[in-house]
Write a protein that binds this ligand. Structure first.
Ligand code: 6GU
Length: 234
């Protein structure tokens, strides 16, 4: 068993602060299952002012992240200067709103690799040669625009860390819960049985395990129909 190494490339390394010091990520790190480091993209610049961005060819608003520091970062972290040279077992992902949608199955794929490099996009874009020729994956976490890839990197690290074998509080919950079954999770309740007139469904108090199982399946389907009907149409 060798630890999954996650390298985050960002212009805001301090953004990640204590983010990896809590919960499952902290336990996975403490257990040696995962190693996470945030690197400053500016450390791979070679000019005096550590410039990482420039104006877009063709005009338009905003600044574009330059290719050279990103290619240098990936070379120093993986040994490869092109996607085709990235070794089996390593993944290099650009986080951008133009990426393929992040999903539980992609998280499971990434949890299986030995090294994951996450490149946080910033400003109005990243020079397209990074997506076209360098990275193995371009990932978006949803259909909305963030000002940078840093919050998305946190999302990816969290989803991946909890899928590493041995990194879970409860071994089975990762496989039985939402999405792995193609449905949302069923509703959960705990004490008290009545709170300000709001009752826990009686069936959950009966101890009839088969009936409880049936109720949970049906409740999961209803919740999915209400909140995520798109999941049922596949
Ligand atoms: Cl990965 N980055 C940015 N900047 N915006 C996003 C995103 C990523 N995923 C959804 N929106």
């Amino acid at each position: 068993m060798t630890a999954l190494r996650i390298d985050i490339v960002t212009i805001f390394p301090d953004y990640f602060g204590e983010a990896f010091d809590y919960g499952i990520i902290r336990r996975a790190r403490a257990a040696g299952l995962i190693e996470i480091k945030a690197h400053d993209l500016r450390s791979w610049t070679s000019d005096k002012h550590h410039v990482v961005d420039d104006r877009p060819f063709g005009g338009g608003d905003g600044m574009i992240l330059k290719p050279e520091p990103i290619f240098a970062a990936v070379e120093s972290l993986t040994g490869a200067r092109r996607r085709v040279d990235i070794p089996q077992g390593k993944r290099v992902a650009l986080l951008s709103p133009q990426g393929t949608p992040f999903s539980q199955s992609l998280a499971a794929d990434l949890a299986d690799c030995e090294q994951l490099v996450l490149i946080c996009g910033r400003y109005e874009g990243v020079d397209e040669r990074v997506a076209a020729s360098l990275v193995t994956d371009e990932i978006s976490i949803g259909d909305y625009v963030l000002s940078g890839g840093e919050p998305a990197a946190l999302v990816v690290v969290d989803a991946v860390a909890r899928l590493i074998p041995g990194g879970l509080g409860s071994e089975t919950s990762a496989v039985t819960e939402s999405f792995s079954a193609g449905l949302l999770d069923y509703p959960h309740y705990t004490r008290p049985t009545e709170f300000e007139g709001l009752r826990v469904p009686d069936v959950l108090l009966t101890g009839h395990h088969a009936e409880i199982e049936r109720w949970r399946q049906q409740a999961a389907e209803e919740k999915t129909r209400k909140n995520r009907p798109d999941l049922l149409k596949k």
